[in-house]
Write a protein that binds this ligand. Structure first.
Ligand code: ADP
Length: 165
């Protein structure tokens, strides 16, 4: 049987427990998950693409079923180039829906063989986003329950937050 590969694209600036939850649950459904960091999100990001890749690798460990990569340009072209047919996205509160709906429809128009599958957030992470994590850390708040240790440390280096671990 063919290996079922899903591409999980995003900015991951930085990776949070919400992302990790989608990855973990995605591995229950797919044989392999390619975490694809969008290079065009670099300009307004806190961490460089290389930093984000290194954070994701550290946070996901050495699982041979997880690949960390970057992509530029059209996501659907990247998905096909990796021999995948599925784009995996997470859905949080209603606010995600309209944007995700537009993008999924456009991607389907561009390449109808590529399907977007949505996984509902787990309850504790429903309002967790990379932006809120950055805001809290920049204001010296604790992000311990929101991100893995590698990100706590990276945020601490950037903002001198209280989480020293
Ligand atoms: P983008 O800039 O493409 O939205 P993100 O890194 O913010 O990239 O998110 C990547 C994917 O992970 C998106 O599908 C997003 O909805 C999902 N995601 C982010 N945070 C959570 C969360 N707390 N629970 C579930 N899905 C999430």
């Amino acid at each position: 049987m063919n290996k079922q590969i899903a591409v999980y694209p995003g900015s991951f600036d930085p990776i949070t427990f919400g992302h990790l939850d989608i990855i973990e649950r995605g591995l229950e459904v797919f044989d392999q998950i390619i975490i694809a960091v969008a290079r065009n999100s670099e300009k307004k990001s806190l961490f460089t693409t290389e930093e984000r890749i290194s954070h994701i690798k550290e946070a996901t460990g050495n699982n041979p079923r997880i690949i960390v990569d970057t992509f530029e340009g059209l996501l659907v072209d990247y998905v096909v180039s990796r021999g995948a047919r599925v784009i995996l996205r997470g859905l949080r509160a209603v606010s995600d829906f309209e944007y995700e709906f537009q993008v999924a429809q456009m991607n389907h128009n561009l390449k109808s063989e590529v399907e977007t599958l949505f996984m509902m957030t787990s309850v504790p992470y429903g309002y967790l986003s990379s932006s809120i994590v950055k805001e809290v850390a920049s204001l010296q708040g604790s992000v311990e329950s929101l991100v893995p240790p590698v990100i706590r440390k990276a945020l601490n280096d950037k903002f001198g937050a209280k989480d020293k671990s």
